[in-house]
Design a protein around this ligand. Sequence first.
Ligand SMILES: [Zn+2]
Length: 483
Amino acid sequence: MRVFAGGVATETNTFSPIPTGLIDFEVVEPHEFPHPRRAEMNRLLELTRAQGWTFLPGLHAFAQPAGLTTRRAYEHLRDRLLDQLRAAMPVDLVLLPLHGAMVADGYDDCEGDLIERVRALVGPDTVIGVELDLHCHLTPRMVDRADVIVIYKEYPHTDIGARAEDLFRLCVATARGEIRPTMALFDCRMISMYLTPFPPMREFVDAISAAEGQDGVLSLSLAHGFPWGDVPDCGTRMLAITDADPAQAAQVAERWGRRFYALRHQVHHRPLTLEQGLERALASPRRPVVLADQSDNPGGGAPSDATFALQALLERGVTDAGVAMIWDPVVVHLAKAAGPGARLRVRLGGKMGPLSGAPLDLEVTVTGVIEGMHQEWPQQEGPPLQVDCGDAAALHCRGIDIIVNARRSQVFSPQVFSHFGIDPAAKRLLVIKSTQHFYAGFAPMAGEILYMAPPGAVAPLFTEIPYQRVDRNRFPWVDDPLE
Ligand SMILES: [Zn+2]
């Protein structure tokens, strides 16, 4: 078989002031696979070659989540990928590892647009398989044009490679004529975030996984949705794939979708306020307490330069703490120039807008500088993903170690401290900018984990998101929208 794979991916926070342009995409070119930051492409390559088949990679472009993607960037990358597919034809499978919440100027549903163009190019008989992040806007257009869609089940996303394997297996069986996938969607009429390590999410994920392969059900996916995308298809949807039975697919999607909906009050994420988070953390007998600053997670499109949490720590005189990572390329530049051991007066953070808070004028000691720092994101299968943090510096200020970096990246690993020789396990408190992806790396070393929502660009306080285009006849605005 001839297997083509590639994609264009980002998660668009339509409320973010940071534009996503062509220079923001890391484009991995066909000759660069396998690549340390592309688990799904690597897995598809391995699986194809293990069969002795031909793997035909296109580009895979990914941009750190931010605001609206420019039309030029999306169309340029899309058209390059389509050109690569055209050059590779004929192909048996087209596998597209995408994200599923990319919004570009003029395109509410970039993935639907891309899949539709791929279908137009390859015709009805080539199998199109799509892998999505669970923070996607799963649209009817995507479901209509693709043959198979498989979505990550875990948040934190530790199953990127495992879901690529599901996608590959189902698409190969389809191409061989062993199955005929029929997909259906059910709108749960909910907007929230759902953390899968904890009950009852854990049990729900385990239950849908166990139901796959039973009674004609080929695959089940819960598209959690991405709350900061102000597009009409924003929200949680259940996807079922059955074998040559569209009516069964609709029934199964509705049954599991309603089962999830019944859990809405339990799975709905309710973070602590900044004050509550600090009170609980400072009262805890365990250490280190890991306190997630969910509101300034750059992985959701926030600037990552908010100062609310650091300011509160300084005001309270908290010591023996670490804060990571504040995106401030100017301060990183100053720290690099001055070097380790230097005393500096810096104006730190708070530069990107009102939701970043006020910049902090601090006297700091530079304790470390790392050019091109990386951190590792653990995965269930295969090696951890390598995440680029850009140049980074450690600053010490009044008992607090502050990690500052030059390339927006959320915190995935305690390595953001330990790379500087700072022992995160010995700290009383670690404040990190991440919504949930930190969990895989921090849970093994944390004394306690707490989630808080200071003011910020992606505060998970859903009823406060200023939607213009989303129908609010949904939970949590309405308590029982499906009744
Ligand atoms: Zn995600």
